[in-house]
Write a protein that binds this ligand. Structure first.
Ligand SMILES: Cc1cc2nc3c(=O)[nH]c(=O)nc-3n(C[C@H](O)[C@H](O)[C@H](O)COP(=O)(O)OP(=O)(O)OC[C@H]3O[C@@H](n4cnc5c(N)ncnc54)[C@H](O)[C@@H]3O)c2cc1C
Length: 442
């Protein structure tokens, strides 16, 4: 993710640098230096912010074709989130630079202040509107950033507030189009800016029109609902024609209640080609709490997907595999194990650690034991907190095969993932490949 965002910022800087250095009298000296620096800082921070904002906007359309290069939709969401946060940071900087004119005037006077390249009456009027819109959008973006980082702000309210983003983006696209220096449009930087405006605006309109994931959305009906265990609701559904099937480990956005909207859940069953999917849903918040009482067999639902690249790793001979599930993070592994039932010989040699609060009361232990009984290559280890058992990096180090590259497939609480990664680094196993499915998008 860091590499991708850095590459985008570098590309924008390169295009800007090309234009700036090739312009006559690009490097100002003397009295005008402060004003020239301000002008450059204004355009560069504006370009950085707008490029990142455009990327965030495009990624908000859930582009399934980008899943492979990004490593799954959960990663796309993470890049979307950090592109948005960085974009607001640069927008704030852009605003501060804009506000610096009084300071420069007081320190260096008006001499050397660059005149704006107004292009006539209409353009002048549009530029004034663009400036006003930009200022308003920055305040709104800063407010949105605070709500995003303030984790205790309810997700449901945040989601409604977040719906304003495409409108803000379109306002900023207008701001960028009319306030970019006129000579940009004949340069590579202008081509880049035009591409960003076009891609981001199309994405913004698609989001506003509710077309996101439209081609991957199908209706269906809930076939059964049952409490699989304390706080876990199992929902089995049959989907309509048009469902393209799924690979084990993928997830979908399920809408049981149109007012509530879509929630992402892993499809915890294997695809048998009958358009049936099963979700195992843990009560983790307002909506999922009491879901078993609210859902009924026979009620309609809509499902958008499948998405995700947390797929059954087979055919990776020679690699040492470890699967780790924490709590409800077991769902993709349930789908993997179900998919292997018909072809047990394809199962890789793997140690599968399932970390639970209490072995005896956990809703999935018995099912995992039954699934693994048919798969001798999969060695299941249930780690029970109630028995004072802990999964640590040392456990993984002690079992690793000498000389083999270890691949870890993890789905579970972020805290457990962090402590394992840190522990692995500390035990000299920092080089292991750690694949992680994130159950969090905000
Ligand atoms: C790829 C993926 C796969 C998942 N698979 C499963 C699964 O198999 N079983 C399971 O029990 N849970 C799964 N989850 C988590 C599940 O989506 C949330 O627990 C659920 O949406 C919480 O909703 P809530 O209103 O009850 O809780 P809230 O208190 O509203 O939210 C709790 C957290 O859940 C997330 N969340 C809530 N609503 C949404 C939404 N509409 N879109 C995206 N994120 C949301 C946010 O991170 C939020 O902070 C998965 C999440 C993701 C991203």
């Amino acid at each position: 993710m860091k590499r991708f965002l850095t590459a985008l910022i570098a590309l924008v800087t390169l295009a800007w640098g090309w234009e700036t250095l090739s312009a006559p009298g690009a490097v100002a000296t003397g009295a005008g230096t402060a004003w020239a620096v301000r002008e450059h800082a204004l355009t560069l921070t504006g370009l950085w912010s707008f490029a990142l904002m455009s990327l965030a906007m495009v990624l908000a359309t859930r582009p399934a074709w980008l899943e492979r290069p990004f490593g799954g939709m959960d990663r796309i969401y993470r890049v979307h989130k950090w592109a948005g946060i960085l974009a607001v940071g640069f927008a704030a900087l852009h605003w501060l630079v804009e506000m610096s004119d009084d300071v420069i005037k007081a320190l260096w006077g008006r001499e050397g202040r660059l005149s704006k390249d107004h292009g006539g009456g209409f353009l002048e009027a549009m530029r004034d509107v663009a400036e006003e819109l930009g200022e308003f959008a920055i305040y709104a973006l800063l407010a949105m950033l605070v709500l995003t980082l303030w984790k205790r702000f309810p997700f449901k309210l945040w989601r409604y507030a977040h719906k304003v983003m495409p409108v803000l983006y379109l306002a900023l696209a207008f701001h960028a189009a009319f306030l970019a220096p006129l000579d940009y449009w004949m340069q590579p930087v202008g081509l880049l800016l035009a591409t960003l405006i076009a891609a981001g605006s199309i994405a913004g309109v698609l989001v506003l029109a509710g077309r996101v994931g439209h081609g991957r959305r199908v209706g269906g009906v809930v076939e059964s609902v049952r409490e699989a265990g304390a706080g876990v609701t199992e929902v089995s559904c049959r989907l309509d024609e048009g469902w393209r099937g799924h690979r084990p480990g993928q997830f979908a956005f399920a809408t049981f209640d149109r007012l509530e909207g879509a929630h992402p859940f892993t499809i915890a069953s294997a695809d048998r080609g009958d358009r049936r999917v099963r979700f195992e849903i843990k009560a983790l918040g307002d909506y999922t709490r009491g879901l078993a009482q609210r859902l009924q067999a026979g009620q309609p639902l809509s499902v958008e997907g499948p998405y995700g690249c947390f797929e059954l790793p087979i055919g990776q001979g020679g690699r040492d595999q470890v699967w780790i599930a924490g709590g409800i993070g077991v769902t993709p592994f349930l789908a993997w194990l179900e998919a292997l039932q018909s072809t047990p010989a394809r199962a890789p040699q793997v140690d599968f650690y399932y970390s639970v609060r209490e072995h005896e009361t956990d809703p999935f232990v018995a099912r995992l034991e039954a699934l693994c009984a048919n798969l001798p290559a999969v060695r299941l280890h249930v780690i029970s907190g109630a028995r004072n058992e802990r999964l640590t990096a040392a456990t993984l180090r002690d079992r690793s095969r000498a000389g083999a590259m270890t691949e870890i497939w993890f789905c579970g609480p972020g805290g457990l993932a962090r402590s394992l990664r840190e522990g692995l680094r500390a035990t000299g196993m920092g080089g292991v490949r750690f694949h992680q499915e994130a159950f969090e998008m905000r």
